[in-house]
Write a protein of this length. Structure first.
Length: 269
């Protein structure tokens, strides 16, 4: 009764089912790895934000320094004077509400110890009616200031997915990148940048503050992993149900055919 499994239709169906099982298992592990990466990122951010602040230039060793992953989001401080002549804005950035596109305001801070400058992302401003024009930006504090914020790695196209295109209006850029600014300004800029959280003294007006990174949401990846593994377990069950249903239907059909083939008894006069 199960000889139908030797047909091309059932051979292809079985092959597809056998291929689906390892595919679902692999997709489940892919989601598991995404979950583990998300948890590790959240732990890193949480630990970094709770760590005692350290001097920016004690972590960034100089121009061209690549901020390692384990130092990203570390709370850092820097003391110096803002170099407003080299202030820039970063295009197409989203406000804290997630719905408005504008600019990040990046102002170099000339360190008091003379080691160079630190790029400080002071926050977000609206682009105004014309995104090709330099936007109205609250002035950076004059004189010596001490800023505290989060250490960030230089943005690149590879790390951010943002294309770094040229031909932009004066003092407008697509990425926050210390090497790019060092070349543009001819100054010594320490690698990485500082995402401002507070400043002493506090300015009378400032760009919209950047919120702390979200580090409590682990996302749906573990649930997705479990779903893929359940699919892998259900594939053979579904295949078995289909085979038994086919066999049952064939038995029923054979019984009907046998009944129809039986001779009909003639009535006795």
């Amino acid at each position: 009764m199960y000889r139908f499994l030797l047909s091309w239709r059932w051979a292809i169906t079985t092959l597809i089912a056998l291929l689906l099982i390892p595919a679902c298992i692999k997709l489940g592990f892919w989601q598991l790895h995404r979950h583990e990466a998300r948890v590790a990122r959240n732990n890193l951010i949480g630990q970094s934000l709770k760590a005692a602040p350290v001097a920016f230039d004690s972590l960034s060793t100089g121009p061209g320094f690549a901020v390692p992953t384990d130092l990203t989001w570390r709370t850092v401080t820097a003391t110096g004077e803002y170099d407003t002549a080299h202030e820039i804005v970063i295009r197409r950035r989203t406000a804290a509400d997630g719905s408005t596109i504008g600019f990040f305001v990046v102002t170099p801070l000339r360190l008091a110890d003379g080691r160079g400058e630190v790029l400080v992302n002071r926050g977000w401003v609206d682009s105004g009616p014309d995104a090709l024009q330099y936007p109205p930006v609250p002035a950076a504090p004059s004189g010596q200031v001490t800023v505290t914020g989060r250490l960030r790695a230089d943005e690149t196209h590879a790390s951010s997915g943002i294309p770094d295109r040229g031909g932009l209006p004066d003092r407008q850029f697509m990425l926050i990148n210390s090497e790019q600014q060092a070349k543009a300004d001819g100054t010594a800029v320490l690698g990485g940048y500082l995402e401002l959280a507070s400043s002493v003294p506090s300015p009378a007006a400032a760009p919209q503050a950047l919120p702390e990174p979200e580090h409590s949401d682990i996302g749906p990846h573990m649930a997705y992993a479990i779903q893929w593994w359940l699919f892998a377990a259900l594939v053979p069950v579904g295949l078995l149900i289909m085979i038994r249903r086919e066999a049952r239907d064939r038995r029923a059909g054979a019984a009907v055919a046998a009944l129809a083939a039986e001779p009909v008894a003639e009535p006795v006069p």
